[in-house]
Design a protein around this ligand. Structure first.
Ligand SMILES: [Zn+2]
Ligand SMILES: [Zn+2]
Length: 242
């Protein structure tokens, strides 16, 4: 699949071909839910309004996660990373990680209002973590994203006791796993690892079980100039028993 062409000409939601109709009709944007007069939709019936078509990455992640009802954060992350809003590498992954975790967590809890509030808070916090944080500060933003996630679901503050411990422990666990995989940075690999660690953590400390789509086989390799290829654990199907 040619990632770039696929994004430029096809449906932003599913990659399907676009159909240009002769007449305008009322269509509901798949991302924001607003209705507009349009004459373009994809073969699977998706319509994306002009505003959403040019969204910055974090706006897209926020809007999509708030309305998404799925419960597998890894699947959701891969879906989002496949969309053209999100680059191969970039600080949007720092928000993407807590966003997909909060989405699954609150979808399981069936608390849409809380999910929305926490996703907005996660964005404010994650946007303070700049690109390149991994290499320059020794603290990968995907790992920080898992700490943000645990901080938000426990309402941790700098003065908390147990919540403070759990939030920092979460970042530590993700970071350990990310560091052990070695450099150079790969926002996809680190996103997978962070989500897997956070899922293990939820099970161990919160008794919340999230079933992940097992067997990731990363399909972003060709977009990543520095991909470790056969030395990356996600190069062949990764099937950790969790
Ligand atoms: Zn579509
Ligand atoms: Zn829209």
């Amino acid at each position: 699949m040619d990632h770039e062409d696929y994004h430029k000409n096809d449906c932003l939601i599913c990659g399907g071909k676009l159909i240009y109709k002769e007449d305008y009709e009322k269509m509901t944007c798949y991302i924001c839910g607003k209705t507009y007069d349009s004459n373009v939709e994809c073969i699977n019936g998706h319509y994306v309004c002009d505003t959403c078509h040019s969204l910055p990455a974090n706006d897209f992640i926020e809007r999509y996660c708030i309305k998404d009802e799925s419960v597998d954060p890894l699947n959701l992350a891969i879906y989002l990373m496949d969309r053209p809003f999100i680059k191969m590498h970039g600080p949007e992954h720092h928000f993407l990680v807590p966003a997909v975790l909060l989405t699954s967590y609150y979808n399981i809890k069936k608390d849409a209002e809380m999910k929305k509030n926490k996703i907005k808070m996660a964005r404010k916090r994650a946007e303070k973590v700049p690109g390149g944080f991994c290499g320059y500060y020794g603290d990968c933003g995907a790992a920080v994203g898992t700490g943000i996630f645990i901080s938000l679901i426990t309402d941790a503050t700098p003065l908390s006791r147990i919540e403070w411990r759990l939030s920092n422990l979460m970042t530590a666990k993700s970071l350990y796993s990310i560091a052990n995989a070695g450099g150079p940075r790969c926002c996809k690999r680190n996103t997978y690892l962070a989500i897997i660690e956070a899922t293990d953590f939820l099970k161990k400390y919160f008794d919340v079980v999230i079933f992940l789509n097992r067997g990731i086989h990363c399909h972003f390799s060709q977009l990543n100039r520095e991909c470790l290829k056969e030395d990356c654990i996600f190069n062949s199907t990764y099937d950790k028993n969790y």
